[in-house]
Ligand binder design. Sequence first.
Ligand code: SAH
Ligand code: SF4
Ligand code: F3S
Length: 485
Amino acid sequence: MREEVDISKDIDETRQGEATVIEGNTPTTGKKLYVESYGCAMNFADSEVVASIMTKEGYSTTGNVDEADVVLINTCSIRENAEERVRHRLTNFKKRKEREPELVVGILGCMAERLKKQLLEEEKLVDLVAGPDAYRDLPGLVGEVESGQKAVNVLLSRDETYADIAPIRLDKNGVSSFVSITRGCDNMCSFCVVPFTRGRERSRDPHTIVQECQDLFDQGYREVTLLGQNVDSYRWNMTSKGEIKDETKPTTNFAQLMEMVAQVSPDLRIRFSTSHPKDMTDEVLEVIAKYDNISNYIHLPVQSGHSDTLQRMNRGYTREWYMNRIDAIKRIVPDCAISTDIITGFCGETDEEHEATLSLMKEVKFDFAYMYQYSERPKTLAERRFEDDVPKEVKSKRLIEIIDLQQEHSLEHHKARIGKIDRVLVEGVSKRSDEEMAGRNDQNVKVIFPKGNFKKCDYVMVKITDCTAATLRGEVVEVLPPAKN
Ligand code: SAH
Ligand code: SF4
Ligand code: F3S
């Protein structure tokens, strides 16, 4: 099954609830911190903020959990199985704590926010609970635990963006990094727990975003992914109704922000996620078309192909509206890859509604999709209003149909690239073979090619010669010189 596969440390792939361990060894003489992250890219970005906050307090980070004095697990609540995996992990730590009572185990992120004191007081699985807006308080919370108390801070904030904190890049890759631009979400999709765990939407000061991208570029990074639950609703110095807050200062929307970031260097590739169909404007598409260094790749989650399902999901658009946005992408950004998210078996989903999702897929021909079975989440609108009435077997049968169709479409797209020459950002040696290198093209597809003398962070032109439904293969025909800024 396609659910929860394909994990490399990448925004699109980490969102599925797999764990990645943050490693690094900032030299300090203090205690050692180990952070493990689950869930979406936002959590991985947040773990780097956490590492920064704790490093300033004298902690050094470690990738070896056995030598850690403090273990922080950054968690996801999006589907039930994401939470189950974390519980299992916490149970292992509980056993270790019986042998090492001084070990501090804390839970961060969405499960911390959703369950609040439950894991600490009722289930006694952790010593510390910190929600997504409470990370500045972590040194204090760890101190409380060390002095024998239990520590909790799950307050959500209306303005915390951690804008001034320079995240510690502990990912060894050094090519691509996440940069968070908004936090929280003001949409109330009826299936979704995120508004409850992440709080109200807020945007980060654009100058701190551009500065972070510039710093990354100066350190050698060649790709940034701008992150938010709904990047299209990024707004600075504007209210949600579009009114200007301070007349003496400029306003910035997402299209303008992308333009600012694209101007850092033509050699910095810009990606972004997630776009929301109800908010994605032609202005954004025009900026994508204008800049060669903005990736021709849009992740535009549809969730369902039937307007009635979309209405129950409270997504704020119809099938027709979604198709209008797809037409706009195809018109304004030719050769743009489009990926999506689909949920099967949402409350009340009929055969006809499921067929509509298949027919929408055939109309759009997505390059890639993340596909999930509906998992009811406590307190969401769907849990309160609707019955989770599609039987498990029907959900999974529909999921398999959707996955099979998507595989066909991905393969078709990849076959169509054979013979073309793609610009690829080299990410490193291929995971499968030391004799090959891997990178991604402008459409965000993984491309494998013989090793040669290429280095990480080079841009190379690769002639595509072969493919599978997951990757492209080819030969390098040119190494591009660095751009003159
Ligand atoms: N902000 C993004 C989505 C974040 S969650 C957006 O609006 O597109 C990532 C994906 O998880 C969602 O797009 C959805 O497809 C899936 N998802 C969210 N809640 C779910 C649930 N309760 N059951 C199954 N899948 C869910
Ligand atoms: Fe969840 Fe909808 Fe917000 Fe995405 S836009 S995070 S699916 S509520
Ligand atoms: Fe999961 Fe929270 Fe992200 S629920 S998907 S970690 S915002």
